[in-house]
Design a protein around this ligand. Sequence first.
Ligand code: SAM
Length: 252
Amino acid sequence: MEERLERITTAIRSALHEGQTNWSIQFLTAKDPRFTQAWDVAKQIPGWFEEVNAVSQFLVIADLRPRCIVEIGSYLGRSTVFFAKTLEVLGIDGMVTAIDPHTGDRQHLENLGISELPSLEMFRSHLRATGLQDRVQAIVASSHDAVADWKDPIDYLFIDGWHSYEAVVQDGHDWVPRLDDRGVVLFDDATRISDVRRGVDELVADHTICLYGDAFGQAFAGRRPDIPPSVRTVLRSFRPLTRHIPGHRTTR
Ligand SMILES: C[S@@+](CC[C@H](N)C(=O)[O-])C[C@H]1O[C@@H](n2cnc3c(N)ncnc32)[C@H](O)[C@@H]1O
């Protein structure tokens, strides 16, 4: 009986999450139809970055108009291309810096039982194929090695590199101080992977970041406590169905 109840609860939880994702995609896409131009290009590239992640970030980028986007963890370039194309369609004179040693994603490597999976060649081919090379500066290094030479203030920081507790905390300590006062930082997989969640919690506890909330597996944060209006819109869009999920919270 208990087992049956657990299965039903899991099914309801998953249906609410899926319904919420579809709802949010419809709701957020309607807020800016230019999103489709960027997503139609990015979705051709294999990767983990999903449509709902893309549309929520599109709205924040349209609001902030960042000239300097830094991405930690590019893999084959799906999110990189999305950011670069978004700058183009929004007419923003900005650049994406994509930092990745191109040695492989932690969970991917562990699941395959291998220690390295090179991605640089495909990453470069995807940038050439989409014609976005001039919008992207690629740094082939670990995020910790790359930070020593970093000088510019960052307007938008996307952290999707090595998904361990230590690496997330290190990325926060290394890179958040370089974020502009009004900038936004996103931690991918912050609710899906427990090590990433713990890392984000630690960065909140030691005051490196102010956490605005979680939506679609990502944590939205910044250096200032006041939440940018576009981030507020995104977080609200995530509530209609998820608030019925027992124990679900959009902030921790
Ligand atoms: C989850 S994937 C990135 C996915 C990509 N953002 C996308 O949307 O498809 C993680 C990437 O982090 C990279 N990585 C691993 N260790 C890293 C480190 N120390 N610094 C930066 N990136 C790292 C891996 O090579 C891998 O390509």
